[in-house]
Design a protein around this ligand. Structure first.
Ligand code: PLP
Length: 373
């Protein structure tokens, strides 16, 4: 059976060149980067060359990048250290953030008694900027954490605008850029953002590798103690092959960005066109969304909700749930819950997320699969 992967916001396949590069490191650069001999020096060089290369692609200094195992770890560290060490007393976030952010904020509220304010979400799925400005008028040491591209509906935050607002109000700004690093350009030197985070597996790199960007002006305290690795901020022997794989994956993402962005945007347009032609009552969840994510409300009965993913999976088609009661979950999506009325939340929504490996024929198969439900 031909298998079709349309869940690229969940994770992506690794590019062959990345695998080759990682294998070469595993075979040849197995030294401990902290060792002083030639094996260690060679591994250290591979690590630091990767850091410089990623920094160059994102327009920041190499010292501003701390390697982690993923974005969840990076976000946990940044938010916790901001409260513990930078004395943040209030966090402004939104109810459509990833759980990596929401659960950490919840922990900090319980543990340290910080204030938490949620900025309103507009029916389009965008952040209500006027409300953000209102919230920021309260004079208290604040960190704003809002994501760049929403992983469920694909809405996009104007980082530049939100960053300037934070700057004017002397608030720190953490932006979860997991869905956008490698998929759009960044110039972190110019962008008014204090922290961003990324996971390599979202841009065709390996799982188990990610990074935190921490602007020079912010001095965080260690997340792990026990060594001098990562400037003493994250002790423990570095996974050199993972980092090299991440760097290679990002390099290929940016090398191919214009071509792939164009190709993927066309696929998304084609998919929506075909969906509308076959299911005229279909609706898109979220407005002005990123080029690789399409979240749709299907004009199917509630009873069919639980079966859709299962039926598509039986046909070898992988997409993601967009709403309640799919794939065994009884909870509605916390993101859709913010933008859909109760009755529509019960209906089936699907997240289709595209990558450069997809073709129009994948989409035709998806449509056929949906027609069969
Ligand atoms: N933030 C966003 C927007 C995501 O999409 C994800 C993963 O789905 C994460 C954070 C967490 O990434 P990871 O599980 O790689 O740490």
């Amino acid at each position: 059976m031909k298998k079709i992967y349309l869940d690229n916001a969940a994770t992506t396949s690794i590019r062959q060149e990345v695998i080759d590069e990682m294998i070469a490191v595993l075979q040849n650069d197995f030294g401990n980067p902290s060792s002083a001999h030639s094996y260690g020096r060679s591994a250290k060089t591979a690590l630091e060359t990767s850091r410089k290369s990623i920094a160059k692609m994102l327009g920041c200094a190499a010292q501003e990048l701390i390697f982690t195992s993923n974005a969840t770890e990076a976000t946990n560290w940044i938010l916790k250290s901001a409260v513990r060490d930078l004395k943040v007393e209030r966090i402004i976030t939104s109810k459509i953030e990833h759980h990596a952010t929401l659960y950490t904020v919840n922990y900090l509220q319980k543990m340290y008694g910080i204030d938490v304010d949620f900025v309103k979400i507009l029916p389009s799925g965008q952040i209500d900027i006027t409300h953000l400005v209102e919230l920021l008028s309260k004079k208290v040491k604040t960190l704003v954490t809002l994501m760049h591209v929403n992983n469920e509906i694909g809405t996009v935050l104007d980082i530049e605008k939100v960053g300037r607002i934070c700057e004017q109000h002397h608030a720190l700004f953490h932006c979860d850029t997991v869905q956008s690093v490698g998929k759009t350009e960044f110039n972190l030197n110019e962008l008014p953002v204090d922290f961003i985070v990324a996971s390599a597996h979202k841009f065709h790199g390996p799982k188990g590798a990610g990074f935190a960007f921490v602007k020079k002006t912010n001095v965080l305290q260690p997340m792990l103690y026990g060594g001098e690795q990562e400037k003493g901020l994250r002790a423990g022997t570095e996974a050199v092959h993972q980092v090299v794989g991440m760097s290679k994956a990002l390099e290929l993402s940016y090398e191919n960005l214009n071509k792939e962005r164009h190709y993927i945007s066309d696929l998304k347009d084609y998919c929506l066109e075909q969906l509308k032609a076959n299911f005229p009552e279909i609706r898109v969840n979220g407005e002005a969304t990123f080029y690789n994510i399409l979240n749709i409300l299907l004009p199917f009965s509630e009873e069919k909700t639980a079966m859709i993913l299962f039926n598509l999976d039986m046909k070898g088609i992988a997409v993601s749930r967009g709403s309640a009661c799919q794939s065994g979950s009884v909870k509605p999506s916390h993101v859709l819950a913010e933008i859909l009325p109760e009755d529509e939340l019960k209906k089936p929504s699907l997240r289709i997320s595209f990558g450069h490996n997809n073709t129009k024929s994948d989409i035709d198969e998806l449509i056929e699969g949906l027609k069969g439900i």
